[in-house]
Design a protein around this ligand. Sequence first.
Ligand SMILES: N[C@@H](CCC[C@H](N)C(=O)O)C(=O)O
Length: 273
Amino acid sequence: MHGLGNDFVVIDGVRQTVALSTAQIRALADRHFGVGCDQVLLLEAPRHAEADFTYRIFNADGGEVEHCGNGARCAARFVHEQGLSDKTTLNFDTLGGPVRPRLLEGGQVEVEMGVPCFEPARIPFTAPADAPAEALDYPLQVGDQTLSIAALAIGNPHAVLRVPDVDSAPVGTLGPLIEAHARFARRVNVGFLQVVGRREGRLRVYERGAGETLACGTGACAAFVAGVRWGLFDAQVRLHLPGGVLELAWAGPGTPVFLTGPAVTVFEGTLAA
Ligand SMILES: N[C@@H](CCC[C@H](N)C(=O)O)C(=O)O
């Protein structure tokens, strides 16, 4: 499946028991010798009464992570297409907290993504000693450059940088250096944001564990929220990513971000052991 070209292998772990090793996930995600995807998504039975499903996310490098926004839309569509539930609003339990996708008309899915968090310890981000509790512009030393970043979590960790033009942004060179920066203990997803207007932006994301992808839902939420907190965006914004457009809405601190976009099934198959 894919959400704006951010692509997934989605597996039903409700009707069958699925235990994948890191090596098996990497093999599945391999674009030359496997199926090929940015993330493997596994839906399992809920662990507690409030959730409909447990939604697990594995990056192409095999690491299990907290959240995936485009994946949440695809997982919700998968639930319906596979007849796992007929609810149009679902409650997914993730490592990053609850996520609530809602199927809309016309193939779009809106996801309540959770409340963004700027608290360094919860990102986790080691802030400079003299930084205020919730700084939106941290100086980050990368080689001989001092970059200004926003650090925040939307379940998973993100760094956001403002750039004048995403087309010429150094995503492939700075992305991996920031992803593995010592100040981010669990590594980080890196968004390069070009603000086009108060309701319009352009974004490229170098994803932790997957490299640059055609779209990143949590990355879009993080860049949008950073843009709002910088005073550059209104409460509703359209972000253009290489794979297409995501719609975002946020009522402000302490409230969840809403992400809307498509979710598409490409093909189905059976994995032999
Ligand atoms: N593509 C995703 C994010 C997937 C997880 C991310 N790479 C991480 O390691 O946190 C999205 O759409 O949000």
